[in-house]
Design a protein around this ligand. Structure first.
Ligand code: ZN
Length: 274
């Protein structure tokens, strides 16, 4: 199993981070992708990835919920870190595998809508310039998020753009939309990140995935958040993805081993993991 979205750098893991990571490795987790949320994430993520070389992989970006009055300064610092940590000559612990998490979040405030839009578009542009995938966070903002990604795809004309034409490389983290929205993301070339929400009692996600091939799904935790049932409400960790795997095996009428094989291959391909 590969966890394509895990906040191991967060405070919730301060007391037992290395112990917890060893447990994941022993429990069959193959790799963990750690997305950034703001400028403070950078060093914390690098610290984990250096100590867990080839097991944990860094990602930097400015999260929409972290877009506040200082967004320009944050973005500049993050851009510098992205440039410093991109390139095939870098060690695997130093090289970012994506830009994220980026996107839109209208849940808590609408005060920074315009700034969120600019921050999102800017980071999408960096990703295509650097040929990196993106990890997209979209909360209560589906229509605008779709529109910005579509606009980005249509406007890409730069000579050094290595992205496949008409597509965006990346994943919609914690996907929970309708079947129709799922199809729109798939058409743009994106993967859907599936985690604990799939196991929640009132979730309709299973039916919304009915036309989504397993080849377009990534497993994720969003740990320490969103632990799957029967651990809902507890601190999440990658090995708990086995409950999500069991549910997916049921939905796709295959074995858990097949779910793991396909989703791991998807993550390896998107993030170009070694
Ligand atoms: Zn996240």
């Amino acid at each position: 199993m590969i966890d394509s979205h895990c906040h191991i750098d967060e405070e919730a893991f301060n007391a037992d981070r290395d112990e917890m990571l060893q447990r994941q490795k022993d429990g069959g987790i193959e790799a963990i992708v750690i997305p950034g949320v703001n400028k403070h994430s950078i060093n914390a993520i690098l610290d984990v990835c250096r100590r867990w070389r080839g097991f944990c992989f860094p990602v930097f970006g400015l999260h929409p919920q972290d877009v506040a009055d200082d967004w320009q300064e944050q973005l500049e610092l993050i851009h510098r870190a992205i440039l410093e940590h991109t390139g095939s000559d870098l060690d695997v612990s130093e090289r970012i595998v994506a830009i994220g998490e980026i996107g839109l979040d209208y849940h808590y405030t609408r005060d920074f809508d315009a700034a969120q839009h600019e921050v999102f578009s800017t980071q999408l542009r960096w990703a295509s310039e650097l040929d990196l995938p993106v990890i997209i966070h979209s909360r209560d903002a589906t229509a605008d998020c779709l529109a910005i990604v579509k606009e980005h795809i249509a406007s890409r004309t730069m000579a050094n753009d290595k992205y496949p034409k008409g597509k965006c490389q990346g994943v919609i983290h914690c996907f929970s939309g309708s079947a129709e929205v799922a199809q729109q993301w798939l058409d743009m070339g994106l993967y859907l990140g599936i985690g604990g929400v799939l196991t929640f009692k009132n979730s309709r996600l299973a039916e919304h995935l009915s036309n989504v091939p397993l080849e377009r799904l990534l497993l994720e935790t969003d740990a320490p958040y969103l632990a799957p049932t029967p651990h809902r409400g507890e601190r999440n960790e990658p090995i708990l993805m086995r409950y999500v795997v069991m549910k997916l095996a049921e939905i796709y009428n295959c074995t858990p081993a097949e779910v793991i094989e396909v989703t791991s291959a998807n993550s390896r391909k998107l993030f170009r993991l070694p």
